[in-house]
Design a protein around this ligand. Structure first.
Ligand code: ZN
Length: 312
């Protein structure tokens, strides 16, 4: 009986330790995390977290990277034996971004699937979200982890405070288009350049001079031409290696069902070099999952923000 009690207490302590407790110094921040109800962000008229004109389509749902894509890290967890240096980033432990030339990626349209080093990059898409973005920022801060935020232009405009916080806390910015049109690649060059440029301009009104070195097409719907157009604006295109499909509630449900799915997917698939796709906009289950995932990932991988060029 006594043994059973001890086991129960130990288990409870372990569970508590895993609940977003990356470091002791941040315990006060973790305790202060608010738990408001769910509200919709401004200008997101429908129920879709994507504010997409194609609401039946899921966020980053297509196409999936080819399973046999080259450059994928070893399932054994060894450091990137394929030698595909997609990004050429140094580890976050140094905090020094690389200026090496960027190789063509192996994702759709030449986008990047992996960091090219042992570093694992967390990416959070579709925000800023007034409820969930502050929560993931709190978790990242608690764990001392920097990530990359792929911002939707109009949401950045509507929440300049969150854009400022993302930058102030050392995360990397990524352009995720103005309003998340899944068919962006099919629009005219003029439209695409205006859309991406407007997004960058709006972000720079809020955080002048902040590097926006990355672009992710809505849905990951890249073409080489779209990658080239983003490149003409000084942005490199990122896809992902791991998609836990945190948007697919029809399949994985909500609440603990989705949380457990996300945790299981990320824990089973993450290898050195991976770019992991997640969503902060309208995805409270993703935030809950990262309470467990951040300490777990940090204990096993070097977590890096995607690099930005040296400041002039
Ligand atoms: Zn998206």
């Amino acid at each position: 009986m006594r043994m059973r009690t001890l086991v129960s207490v130990s288990l409870a302590l372990l569970l508590a330790a895993g609940a977003g407790a990356c470091s002791a110094k941040s315990a006060n921040e973790a305790a202060g995390t608010p738990t408001p109800g769910t509200t919709r962000s401004a200008e997101a008229p429908g129920t879709s977290p994507e504010a997409s004109p194609e609401p039946s389509q899921s966020p980053e749902s297509e196409p999936s990277p080819s399973p046999g894509a080259t450059g994928s890290p070893s399932p054994s967890g060894k450091p990137n034996p394929g030698g595909k240096n997609e990004i050429g980033v140094v580890g976050c432990r140094t905090g020094v971004p690389s200026t090496k030339p960027i190789a063509t990626g192996t994702g759709p349209g030449g986008s990047l699937l992996s960091t090219g080093t042992q570093g694992v990059a967390l990416t959070f898409d579709d925000g800023p979200d007034p409820i969930n973005t502050p929560k993931i920022l709190d978790l990242l801060k608690n764990c001392g982890v920097k990530a990359t935020f792929c911002l939707v232009g109009f949401r950045a405009r509507d929440r300049p405070d969150l854009v400022r916080r993302i930058v102030a806390e050392g995360h990397t910015l990524c352009n995720h288009s103005w309003q998340h049109l899944f068919d962006l690649r099919k629009r005219t060059d003029q439209y695409i350049l205006h859309d991406l440029g407007k997004t960058n301009d709006e972000i720079h009104k809020i955080v002048p001079g902040a590097p926006i070195s990355w672009f992710r097409a809505p849905g990951g719907n890249f073409t080489k031409h779209l990658v080239d157009l983003a490149g003409s604006l000084g942005m490199r295109s990122i896809y992902w290696k791991i998609d836990p499909r945190d948007w697919e509630s029809a399949k994985f449900g909500h609440g603990s069902s989705m949380v457990n799915h996300i945790i299981g997917a990320v824990q089973s698939q993450t290898r050195p070099g991976a770019i992991i796709l997640s969503h902060d906009n309208g995805k409270p289950d993703t935030i809950t999952a990262y309470k467990t995932l951040l300490p777990w990932l940090k204990a096993r991988f070097i977590l890096i923000p995607l690099p930005v060029p040296h400041a002039p």
